[in-house]
Design a protein around this ligand. Structure first.
Ligand SMILES: *[C@@H]1O[C@H](CO)[C@@H](O)[C@H](O)[C@H]1NC(C)=O
Ligand SMILES: *[C@@H]1O[C@H](CO)[C@@H](O)[C@H](O)[C@H]1NC(C)=O
Ligand SMILES: *[C@@H]1O[C@H](CO)[C@@H](O)[C@H](O)[C@H]1NC(C)=O
Length: 349
């Protein structure tokens, strides 16, 4: 990382610290439990924002002195996949009031179980839209224009001329099919519009004509139609019983052989085995995935062996700006619950 980047990161952390101080009301700092700060949890640069209000107990520390901490912990901050909020943990924390998830998707949390302990669940909606829409575009462009292969080529080959197999496809003027036109899908459409893409979308509910006109998107009542016509299919739905394996062998078979699947939604929305099969049989051309099932994907998984597949380790919200706002939101939600107020982002099912 360059010095400028480090300085910039520091400046942002300082500003988030100030924001947090402004909200501070509680004198004695309650304890929160979280995964170890650092690569497996909340990054260390966001620590000051949390510590303005809370004492952080890292999970490993907790495991070593459970009795000492059990009565003190009033909130759990879930960041990533490493901290499992299961019955055993819930039983061990009698003073727990809230589980706050960094991010929108809460399919990894057993909300009825958590609620049955009188504990609320909160997430951080709305704020991830820009960064998630951006990563959708990044994946589409990187896949279409063979960015990774080009970089690899520069690194390992003497010749200036990459082989025919690295010829990309044009994004400008291509047809983008967006499955799931919620806030993030809409922002993807807005971005794609400035690439002069033709935009189709499928959604449970049709958007207003005004919305459609604003981003130049055409509604496909049947997902089939969208799959058949699109050069790029981007999946932006949330995981629910209705979207579980929404894209399977049948759907992949409807896609053009020249098309690319981009997944920025949630694992399990795509039937991954069917995807591997479709790529092997060249039923579709390429895939670019921010999400996989499981995460992380085993390093010997077939998806990682295709040159025409990009897999990211769930980096949709992985920016300084969005991460900072997520941490701030987590703090705000936890504080509200501990103060006996209704938190702004409670997840109810
Ligand atoms: C998303 O980006 C737009 C345009 O820059 C900005 O106005 C908006 O505040 C951003 N939203 C979030 C949640 O960061
Ligand atoms: C990168 O280049 C090396 C050397 O030619 C090759 O073995 C490898 O498969 C390439 N990887 C990708 C992702 O293109
Ligand atoms: C889409 O991403 C989700 C989330 O990781 C994953 O479970 C699913 O398998 C993916 N679908 C496809 C077709 O890659």
């Amino acid at each position: 990382m360059s010095t400028t980047a480090v300085l910039c990161l520091d400046a942002i952390c300082m500003s988030s610290m100030r924001t947090c101080k402004a909200h501070s009301k509680i004198m004695e700092k309650p304890c929160i439990l979280t995964t170890m700060l650092g690569p497996k949890g909340i990054y260390k640069c966001f620590k000051p924002c949390i510590e303005t209000h809370f004492t952080i107990i890292e999970y490993e520390e907790f495991l070593e002195r459970k009795e000492h901490f059990a009565e003190k912990i009033r909130a759990i901050f879930v960041w990533g996949m490493y901290l499992k909020v299961n019955r055993e943990l819930l039983q061990a924390l009698p003073k727990l009031q809230v589980v706050v998830n960094g991010g929108v998707g809460v399919d990894h949390l057993d909300i009825p179980l958590i609620n049955s302990f009188g504990v609320k669940v909160c997430n951080t909606p709305h704020i991830v839209d820009n960064s998630t829409a951006d990563i959708g575009m990044a994946l589409m462009l990187a896949s279409a224009r063979r960015i990774l292969e080009g970089h690899n080529y520069s690194k390992y080959h003497e010749s200036a001329y990459p082989p025919e197999s690295t010829l990309g496809t044009e994004v400008s003027g291509a047809i983008l099919g967006i499955i799931g036109m919620g806030r993030i899908g809409f922002k993807v459409a807005k971005r794609a519009q400035s690439f002069d893409m033709r935009i189709l979308y499928h959604n449970r509910n049709r958007r207003t004509e005004e919305d459609e006109r604003a981003v130049g998107a055409v509604y496909c009542e049947k997902m089939e139609e969208l799959l058949q016509k699109s050069d790029f299919v981007m999946i932006v739905v949330s995981l629910s019983p209705q979207t579980h394996k929404l894209i399977g062998a049948k759907e992949l078979a409807m896609m053009k052989p020249s098309s690319t699947l981009i997944n920025i939604s949630r694992g399990l929305v795509v039937d991954q085995d069917a995807l591997v099969d479709a790529l092997q049989k060249k039923i579709i051309k390429a895939a670019a995935l921010d999400v996989t099932y499981p995460e992380p994907l085993p390093r010997d998984h077939p998806l990682l062996s295709f040159p025409n597949v990009i897999v990211l380790p769930h980096m949709g919200t992985h920016t300084v700006e969005t991460s900072r706002i997520m941490v701030e939101k987590m703090v705000v939600n936890a504080l509200a619950v501990l103060n006996g107020e209704q938190p702004p982002d409670e997840v109810k099912i």
